[in-house]
Design a protein around this ligand. Structure first.
Ligand SMILES: [Zn+2]
Length: 114
């Protein structure tokens, strides 16, 4: 199935292919502040469909491009490489329209120790 989501103002929008059963709550220095719930996917499962300008934030090893809306500040998705070097996408599932967050299994990940 294809999930559709967007930032708060709609400048950034996306489509994500695949089932979402399990999401990650990360304790790294950024995620603990941002408070997103993350789903990881192969890079080509994520398509940016918005018309707005995305800002990009990088930190630590600079391996992940954390994209955010330059209008409303919401960060719907990131792109980077997985542990094996393959291109990966990461979506904040809180930005997906109509997804019932209460039905998801939330897994804590220790990003602070990576
Ligand atoms: Zn926005």
């Amino acid at each position: 199935m294809t999930h559709r989501g967007r930032c708060h103002c709609g400048s950034l929008a996306f489509e994500l292919d695949g089932e979402i059963a399990e999401v990650y709550d990360c304790n790294c220095s950024m995620c603990r502040r941002r408070g997103g719930l993350l789903a990881f996917a192969p890079a080509d499962a994520l398509r940016e469909t918005g018309t707005g300008e995305a800002g990009t934030y990088r930190f630590n090893a600079h391996r992940i491009d954390h994209h955010f809306c330059t209008v409303c500040g919401i960060a719907p998705y990131s792109r980077g490489t997985g542990p094996d070097g393959s291109p990966m996408a990461c979506v904040n599932v809180r930005c997906i329209d109509g997804l019932d967050l209460a039905l998801l299994k939330i897994v804590q990940i220790d990003g602070a120790s990576f």
